[in-house]
Design a protein around this ligand. Structure first.
Ligand code: 3SL
Length: 246
């Protein structure tokens, strides 16, 4: 199929396959959607849904540790595991109402919080997950800015699950936003291949297999549910907060 040529003034959606590629893109004036399906951006939706006031994503375990004295709930994950001494890891099941309601959460994860910190200078930065895909796409469709879908990947390498999600978003917004990069085309093709058996397909992913080894396959199932929440986490200053109604 022939590709559409970009016409002056058309809005675009592009996919950044790994955080290491963010410097290749101009974030200025664009909307960045940071994606870490397994599991950071899924858990963020759950935390805000269950009443967390806000989430401060930080890069290092040391920085997260420095918030431990005070009123924060502190979460740290490295290599899929909760870091010793922290209140929470990165499982969506950790962020129960009992634990997070009315609290500020400080969070550091292997990839997701790094991608967020690298994307925060976009015009607006939100996070995306299958859990909030319906509301996220509804919101994207009323925006008049170019969109960057930023995959968190794994340690700066490509991953399947974030790219599949980027493709799912593209399939829903491409009637308004032009796709003219190969990463976007590939992402949509991946989504088309995976969508009828999302769990089966994502279980091929290296990270899902890591979870299988850690015995936390139920997290994968949970994170692959579509449209279970209307929450769109948005970066405001140093915090991710629930986006107000739009
Ligand atoms: O890297 C991340 O941000 C995490 O989501 C990885 S994990 O799902 O906690 O293993």
């Amino acid at each position: 199929m022939a590709r559409k040529i970009k016409l002056k003034g058309n809005l675009q959606v592009q996919v950044i396959l790994t955080p290491g590629m963010i410097p290749l893109y101009d974030l200025d004036g664009k909307i960045a959607v940071v994606i870490d399906i397994l599991r950071a951006t899924s858990s963020m939706c759950v935390a805000l849904e269950n009443g967390a006031v806000d989430i401060m994503p930080v890069e290092s375990v040391e920085e997260a540790r420095s918030f431990k004295i005070g009123k924060f709930v502190c979460a740290a994950e490295r290599d899929g595991k909760k870091v010793e001494g922290f209140d929470l890891g990165n499982s969506p099941f950790d962020y129960t109402e009992k634990v997070v309601k009315g609290k500020s959460v400080v969070m550091t994860t292997t990839n997701g919080t790094q991608a967020i910190n690298l994307s925060r200078f976009a015009y607006r930065m939100v996070t995306g997950a299958f859990l909030n895909i319906d509301k996220l796409c509804e919101w994207l469709l009323v925006q008049d800015r170019d969109i960057l879908l930023v995959c968190s990947g794994w340690k700066n390498k490509f991953n399947l699950e974030d790219t599949i999600f980027a493709g799912a978003v593209i399939s829903r917004i491409k009637h308004k936003f032009e796709v003219n990069d190969d990463a976007g085309i590939m992402a949509e093709n991946l989504w088309d291949t995976a969508k009828d058996n999302l769990f089966g397909y994502v279980m091929k992913a290296a990270h899902a297999q890591r979870f299988e080894r850690l015995g936390i396959e139920r997290d994968v199932k949970f994170c692959l549910q579509l449209g279970t929440t209307d929450i769109i986490p948005e970066m405001v200053g140093n915090y991710l907060v629930k986006m107000k109604k739009f």
